[in-house]
Design a protein. Structure first.
Length: 163
């Protein structure tokens, strides 16, 4: 690391601290030549992941866009921002841990719906109605019936476990 004051490439680390929830390391350095101090940051380099849209277009994966869609689905629902942030982080981890350079918008949407189903069923239905582009009441009812059947089977499983 070159000193920004004298250009010397020799420096020693005086202090290291983790910042940004452990994703960045802040290092305080001192130049061996001039003795002046400066700060550097070390971060993990991620390879960009592209989202393949239904139309075939590709765009960079943007967790903020994902978060905004989830926030809209959870509007006026008792869902905390910490739950939304946790869901976005989980999806982000899944996307980056897959080691794929591309992910389909369909797969991304399914990840969001799976997460919302666990957090809030109404938010799930809202998101699903936009994502799956329900065109009529019958397709909407089909989704609701599937959700209700799943909810009933979960309740039956939990009541059998408690017996």
């Amino acid at each position: 690391m070159k000193c920004m004051f004298c250009g010397c490439s020799e420096s020693k680390v005086i202090d290291s601290r983790s910042t940004d929830e452990g994703r960045t390391i802040r290092r305080r350095r001192e130049c061996i030549n001039c003795g002046r101090r400066f700060t550097t940051y070390e971060t993990i380099e991620t390879t960009p992941v592209l989202v393949v849209k239904n139309s075939g277009n590709r765009q960079a994966f943007d967790p903020n866009k994902l978060k905004n869609g989830i926030i809209k689905a959870c509007e006026k629902r008792p869902v905390s921002m910490s739950k939304i942030d946790k869901l976005v982080e989980e999806i982000k981890k899944q996307v980056y841990n897959s080691l794929e350079q591309e992910i389909t918008s369909k797969k991304l949407g399914e990840m969001v719906m799976d997460g919302l189903k666990e957090i809030d069923e109404v938010a799930y239905v809202r998101y699903a109605s936009v994502y799956r582009q329900f065109t009529d009441i019958s397709s909407f009812m089909t989704e609701l019936e599937a959700l209700m059947d799943e909810s009933k089977s979960k309740k039956n499983q939990s009541s059998q476990k408690s017996e």
